[in-house]
Design a protein around this ligand. Structure first.
Ligand code: ASP
Length: 321
């Protein structure tokens, strides 16, 4: 008996075509793509449901969380699920689901860099790769996966690295988990960090602030004044900031607002190495939480999920070892 796969569509370029007058706009359907892939029906029984139909810059954390709940409800009757999504915010949605999904069945995100009318369109091949990944027994218990360009990455590590190339989703510093080759799906490594935070709600009021040379604390103060509930700072290198930001960081901590520090470098961990004012050690000493090797947008998603469940900074700190 064929396995049953549910494809949930959310929009993105995979559902778009281009005309000269309008540019790239919605006009392609994932069911049309599937109809043109006859081999799919030998592999699995496919149902398609639309969750939303938006360009992914319109995606919000609240919608991502609702998508996670939708997947948990819908997947019960299926062996696995594929989510089609725009590439721009795919990594954030995939990570939201990675953290919050309760199902242990395989969930794979896929997308397209090229619209259906573009030369060398990648959507159909990516959908086929995603289906074959869901069908692989080895995909079980690997967390939420992202399949693009014949490569399988895990949601926690993957990021969009190129604005136009089909080889865009990469896991810097770690590499892909596996590949989808013509004859089979091959895994070459496992992802050992599997984190679950089951919550009934999230707290979307979390800002991400990126450090740049010579910055002061205007952004931080603006965030605090606007009622933010948590802040992620992408600091320099190993996790250091200009000392002029210390005052507002202390202000945030006195207001019980968690500050998570990650690095603006695109790979590696932050650590409390530097003891000068504004260095990682001084920041940790005043209560800043070091965000390990997560990149800023993912750390923001994680903090939203944590703040949906926990209120005290000490409870939240435990999740950033
Ligand atoms: N702007 C598009 C989106 O994220 C890009 C894509 O899907 O590749 O919806």
């Amino acid at each position: 008996m064929n396995k049953r796969i549910l494809i949930i569509t959310t929009g993105g370029t995979i559902a778009m075509r281009e005309t000269q007058q309008s540019g790239v706009v919605f006009g392609e359907s994932v069911s049309h793509i599937i109809d043109n892939l006859p081999e799919v029906h030998k592999l699995a029984d496919i149902d398609i449901k639309q969750f939303c139909n938006i360009p992914s810059p319109y995606m919000t954390p609240q919608k991502m969380f609702e998508l996670s709940q939708f997947v948990d409800e819908q997947i019960q009757e299926y062996d696995g699920c594929i989510i089609t999504h725009g590439t721009d915010t795919l990594e954030e949605t995939a990570y939201m689901l990675d953290l919050t999904l309760r199902t242990r069945k395989t969930v794979v995100f896929t997308a397209a860099m090229r619209s259906s009318t573009d030369l060398g369109v990648d959507g159909p091949r990516n959908i086929l790769g995603a289906i074959r990944t869901v069908l692989s027994e080895q995909s079980i218990d690997k967390g939420v996966l992202v399949v693009m360009n014949d490569e399988i990455n895990n949601a926690r590590d993957v990021t969009k690295t190129n604005t136009s190339n089909v080889e865009t989703f990469i896991s810097p510093g770690y590499g892909y988990l596996g590949i989808v080759d013509i004859d089979k799906v091959i895994y070459v490594r496992n992802n050992l960090i599997k984190e679950k935070i089951w919550t009934d709600k999230i707290e979307p009021k979390v800002d991400l602030i990126k450090a740049v040379a010579g910055m002061d604390d205007r952004y931080l103060n603006n965030s605090l004044d606007s009622g933010v509930k948590g802040i992620v700072i992408e600091a320099f290198g190993r996790g250091n900031l200009p000392c002029v930001m210390l005052h507002s960081i202390k202000r945030a901590i006195s207001m019980n607002i968690p500050i998570i520090m990650v690095s603006r470098a695109y790979q590696g961990r932050v650590l409390d190495i530097y003891g000068y004012e504004g260095g990682g050690r001084s920041l940790k000493n005043i209560g800043v939480i070091l965000g390990s090797d997560l990149r800023g947008p993912k750390a923001r998603i994680k903090l939203m999920v944590l703040l949906g469940k926990y209120k005290s900074i000490d409870e939240i700190r435990e999740f950033w070892a």
